[in-house]
Design a protein around this ligand. Structure first.
Ligand SMILES: NC(=O)c1ccc[n+]([C@@H]2O[C@H](COP(=O)([O-])OP(=O)(O)OC[C@H]3O[C@@H](n4cnc5c(N)ncnc54)[C@H](O)[C@@H]3O)[C@@H](O)[C@H]2O)c1
Ligand SMILES: [Zn+2]
Ligand SMILES: [Zn+2]
Length: 371
């Protein structure tokens, strides 16, 4: 079939929206009609060419929500008409990691996915017979995509797609960091560095876990206001003195849980230093630049602080993303303030500009209006 898609032709150049060929789903694969798709930093990062593992040409996009249009042979967990959220972090439910509650890093399709192929080592996307690679196993900047069954989370048909798509990446990453990776205990004191999509999700996650004090630290007043809306009890402008202030308001001990959601190694260090002696847990969600390292004074660890990383919030996507969407539907997670712009696929480069200018949290591409 023919699909309109936004193609990264060349690093550092605008995406080119054009018609591509999309082949039928093979065994274990699903054809999804996208209805909405968020535009995330990772898309822009790859488009810029800075990401050393990036490749082109490829169809970007990984925050998709849509409807199952056709299923390949052997697909048993999804049927035509199901509403789904795309998962760049799949869950096969069979590998040694899927079977273990300690991690969500499914091993089933990593290698092929990282190289831009579907699990059988080929692509469904092509142009005049030339294969076009899939991005993050999702390639959702397109009217339709073919994805492995294990990388789709079936969600409630009640959930509006433009809101559901946010659960495909940043929002779930933040929520999961607080609710799964850190598993914040009720009554805790929490600090979240960074109030972008991930940090705001972590603020909401701390609130849902029953944290007593939630301190949000960011450079932007606008974003701090959003953090307050998600349940932050204290909103601080980042001024280089956050650690000192946190120690001050915690009797010199530090916070029970700290979260880093900026991607800056200097802030990761602050987050660790602000964690409580004895049991403070610092959760790192940001992705640092290539070659950067985290500088830690070992004494901080000996005296009981711990540091851990979190990929996709530690969530096992097919099991736990639908549950988060349910909580959204029950009114526990408000996502409207995160959607700053809705646009057609044709305007995807505009979404990158807005992100670059830190204008709003998320631009969402709506495919129905583009049709
Ligand atoms: N672990 C994962 O699976 C995963 C998933 C998605 C995104 N990420 C990463 O998470 C990070 C955050 O993503 P995002 O979409 O929220 O990004 P974002 O750029 O929207 O937000 C980052 C925020 O950090 C703030 N900031 C900058 N310097 C700061 C400082 N010194 N102190 C406090 N705040 C500061 C910025 O003002 C901004 O609001 C990125 O590194 C992204 O790559 C990780
Ligand atoms: Zn993303
Ligand atoms: Zn697995």
């Amino acid at each position: 079939m023919k699909v309109r898609a936004a193609v990264l032709e060349e690093f550092g150049q605008p995406l080119v929206v054009q018609e591509l060929d999309l082949a039928e789903p093979r065994p274990g694969e699903v054809l999804v009609r996208l209805v909405a798709c968020g535009v995330c930093h990772t898309d822009m990062y790859t488009a810029s060419g800075v990401d050393p593992s990036g490749y082109a040409p490829t169809v970007l996009g990984h925050e998709g929500a849509g409807i199952v249009e056709r299923i390949g042979e052997g697909v048993s967990s999804l049927t035509v008409g199901d509403h789904v959220v795309t998962l760049f972090s799949p869950q096969c439910r069979q590998c040694v990691h899927c079977a273990d509650p300690r991690t969500n890093l499914c091993l089933a399709i990593r290698e092929q996915q990282n190289r831009g192929f579907l699990p059988d080592g080929t692509t469904r996307l092509s142009r005049a017979g030339e294969p076009i690679r899939h991005f993050m196993g999702t390639s959702t900047f397109a009217q339709y995509t073919v994805m492995p069954e294990i990388a789709l989370a079936k969600i409630s048909p009640e959930a509006p797609f433009d809101r559901a798509c946010l659960f495909a990446c940043g929002l779930s990453t933040g929520l999961g960091a607080a609710m799964v990776t850190a598993a914040v205990k009720p009554g805790s004191k929490c600090v979240i560095f960074g109030a972008g999509m991930v940090g705001l999700g972590a603020v909401a996650g701390c609130r849902l876990q029953g944290a007593e004090r939630i301190i949000s630290v960011d450079l932007s007043e606008q974003r701090l206001a959003l953090a307050r809306g998600q349940g932050a009890t204290d909103c601080w402008r980042a001024d280089g003195n956050a650690v000192e202030r946190i120690l001050e308001v915690t009797g010199g001990f530090g916070a029970d849980y700290t979260f880093e959601a900026t991607g800056l190694v200097s802030v990761m260090r602050e987050a660790l230093e602000a964690a409580r002696m004895g049991w403070g847990l610092c959760t790192v969600a940001g992705v640092a630049g290539r070659g950067e390292t985290l500088d830690v004074v070992p004494r901080l660890l000996i005296t009981g602080r711990r540091v851990c990383g979190s990929s996709f919030g530690g969530l096992k996507g097919r099991d736990q993303v639908p549950a988060l969407v349910e909580r959204h539907l029950r009114g526990e997670i408000e996502v409207d303030p995160f959607i700053s712009h809705r646009m057609e696929l044709e305007q995807v480069n505009r979404a990158f500009e807005l992100m670059h200018a830190q204008d709003g949290i998320r631009s969402v591409i709506m495919f129905d209006s583009a049709a």
